[in-house]
Design a protein around this ligand. Structure first.
Ligand code: ATP
Length: 317
């Protein structure tokens, strides 16, 4: 029997998040460009008598340890599919901001699926795991694959995208999360329900990603938003996140003043991400933002197309 499996799973940002009008069931059609960035949760699964969740790291007190934890739901769903008991201890070491619009819970669900599938030596192909993941949450399938991808539907219909080279970011974390459903409700309130175009990927964004060209990506975001240079974004939820958390305007302003090529709200926020030309600028912008008092912390992170990484615990001697 395998003694334990640790999965290191990266956070995601949405370089583009185009949101259609509200559907009757309350969902929204999306066209989103997902990209993993180098902030990680580590999820370790080991055999135990019953399903147990423990959490460590910053903001771990905000993460439930009961059956509502997405990693617990993923473990239970996989066990049901395989007809086994979900007898595992799942430890989540959080490095991804909680409720920060970076898919932390979905990343843990993906990691639990990958970890338990190995622990239970399940013969499951990736499409099957993607299906179980999609039932848990629309960001889970992308978290299972990572890299760069176009997500359609609710974000679960994925097409891998080429990423030409590493991109450098600064991730600015705000105190207190934002509820994703509340941000969608605010988006609907601000835009009204009529005349919302079908969400589509924006070709200049895809082209800049394929080239790994940060200045071209910043220009594409300006073009998408018809915004002045360096103020563009392709996140239809950004106005709603800013409306619910006006202080994020200060974070975005400071990051741009420090030399970021552009900055925008990540997904439903309140985390803001800044695109910078290189690793040196990332360190400088992160330091300046941390000192500015407009966010609780700012960290440099690179996108190099990575996905979840699996490590097996050594067998006891
Ligand atoms: P997304 O970007 O997918 O909208 P998010 O990054 O904004 O999600 P999460 O970090 O996934 O948000 O947390 C949203 C809520 O989910 C939290 O407030 C928390 O109560 C709950 N939650 C359940 N399981 C987890 C988990 N494993 N890690 C973090 N939060 C979890």
């Amino acid at each position: 029997m395998i003694p334990g499996v640790t999965i290191q799973v990266p956070a995601k940002i949405n370089v583009q998040l185009s949101v259609g009008g509200p559907e009757p069931a309350g969902f929204h059609e999306l066209a989103t460009v997902f990209l993993t960035v180098g902030l990680y949760d580590e999820v370790t699964v080991t055999p135990a008598d019953t399903l147990r969740i423990t959490v460590s790291g910053p903001d771990s007190d905000l993460v439930p340890t009961d059956g509502s934890n997405l990693a617990a739901r993923a473990t239970t769903a996989l066990a049901e599919r395989l007809g086994v008991r979900p007898s595992v201890a799942v430890h989540i070491a959080k490095g991804i901001p909680v409720a920060g619009g970076m898919a932390g819970g979905s990343a843990d669900a993906a990691a639990a699926l990958l970890g338990c599938a190995r622990l239970w030596e399940a013969d499951l192909a990736l499409p099957e795991l993607l299906g179980i993941g999609a039932d848990l949450g629309s960001d889970v399938p992308f978290c299972l694959t990572g890299g760069a991808a176009l997500g359609l539907g609710r974000g679960e219909r994925l097409t891998a995208l080429p990423l030409g080279g590493p991109l450098h970011w600064v991730v600015a974390v705000a105190a207190g999360g934002l509820s994703t459903p509340a941000v969608y409700r605010e988006c609907d309130r601000l835009r009204g329900a009529a005349g919302i175009p079908d969400p589509l990927p924006f070709p200049p964004v895809l082209k800049a990603l394929a080239a790994g060209d940060a200045p071209a990506l910043a220009r594409a975001l300006d073009e998408y938003a018809s915004a002045p240079p360096g103020e563009g974004h392709a996140n239809d939820l950004q106005p709603a996140a800013l409306s619910l958390r006006p202080k994020l305007h200060d974070t975005l302003r400071v990051g741009r003043t420090l030399g970021a090529l552009t900055g925008f709200v990540s997904g439903s926020g309140p985390t803001c991400v800044f695109l910078v030309p290189d690793a040196r600028s990332a360190a400088l912008v992160a330091e300046g933002l941390s000192a500015s008092g407009t966010c609780t912390s700012a960290t440099a992170a690179t996108s190099s197309g990575e996905g979840p990484l699996v490590r097996y615990a050594p067998k006891p001697a």
